[in-house]
Design a protein around this ligand. Structure first.
Ligand SMILES: O=C(O)CCC(=O)C(=O)O
Length: 286
């Protein structure tokens, strides 16, 4: 039995996802999923993959930890991928025939961390392309609107591919292993100065509780988060999902995370439909 979401998403929700490229769903995940993922994150922090990075650290000890594609080694993440309603939410919103899991990524900020994620789109970094790529962003702790991830609604509808930021350039302590790839040839257009006039871009975020999630298209411009109060940390679990028109894309520069080795090892190549144990099919329209 494939996992299904507890309800059918409404036409209005699907329309909002299509028009805005982002949709908030309140209490999509039961507390058991949040507890499981929180335990999994503890395990993941103690056993980071070779992809783990610290995108930020300052002298006061504020830091941001990131890891991705840890699911094969973290039982609670694996359980979430195969058994939670996430794939069904993705399938309903993308109106997909089939949904494959792409990868997980965690963003963990220690209390008081101000570091904000630079505005960016995801698809130009990824080893797939296509309109049907989607992230489910879920905080494992309460987060205020000011500290939650923010979005530029409708930005996924542009033909522009924006220059990508190297998050590692924003890391002041030059920790070994921070990726310094040259992203400059990935995009063709400079990302607009959204912070100069957020109202003009209708920048949107929400106060969120554990169990709530924001679902967004891989082309939607997003950024922000951080700006935490002294007592407040922020742990976020994200899962990335692929629908009908997503295909493998091995880029010459700028892939992050770079899945080239595991894609080739799985017998996949440019233009293929994602599949195999690397990007398992989790959901199919009944
Ligand atoms: O939570 C964050 O700070 C960044 C999240 C993000 O960029 C993503 O999930 O693609």
């Amino acid at each position: 039995m494939q996992p299904e979401f507890k309800r059918t998403l409404s036409k209005a929700e699907i329309a909002t996802y299509n028009t805005d490229g982002v949709l908030l769903i309140r209490q999509a995940f039961d507390p058991e999923w949040i507890e499981g993922l929180s335990k999994g994150l503890e395990h993941n922090r103690g056993n980071p993959t070779h992809r783990a990075r610290r995108w930020y650290k300052n002298e006061a000890g504020h830091s941001m930890f990131w890891d991705s594609q840890a699911w094969q080694g973290v039982p609670q993440y694996k359980e979430f991928v195969f058994k939670s309603p996430a794939a069904s939410i993705a399938g309903q919103l993308m109106q997909a025939q089939q949904v494959n899991f792409f990868f997980d990524a965690v963003f963990v900020r220690s209390p008081g961390t101000q570091f904000t994620t630079p505005w960016h789109q995801d698809e130009p970094y990824w080893s797939v392309d296509g309109y049907d790529t989607l992230t489910i962003w879920m905080p494992l702790v309460p987060v205020t609107k000011a500290s939650a991830l923010a979005f530029v609604p409708g930005s996924h509808r542009t033909d522009s591919v924006y220059y990508q930021h190297n998050f590692g350039d924003l890391n002041p302590d030059n920790i070994d292993g921070v990726d310094q790839s040259d992203f400059s040839s990935v995009g063709q257009v400079a990302i607009p100065d959204i912070d100069a006039n957020p109202e003009a871009y209708n920048v949107t975020s929400w106060d969120m509780q554990p169990g709530d999630c924001v679902v967004f298209n891989g082309r939607t411009i997003h950024g922000g988060s951080g700006k935490l109060g002294d007592e407040k940390g922020l742990s976020v679990f994200t899962s990335k999902w692929l629908g009908d028109d997503a295909h493998i894309k091995l880029r010459e520069v700028g892939m992050d995370p770079d899945h080239t080795d595991c894609i080739l090892a799985a017998g996949l190549n440019d233009g293929d439909r994602p599949g195999t144990d690397l990007y398992p099919e989790i959901w199919r329209r009944q």
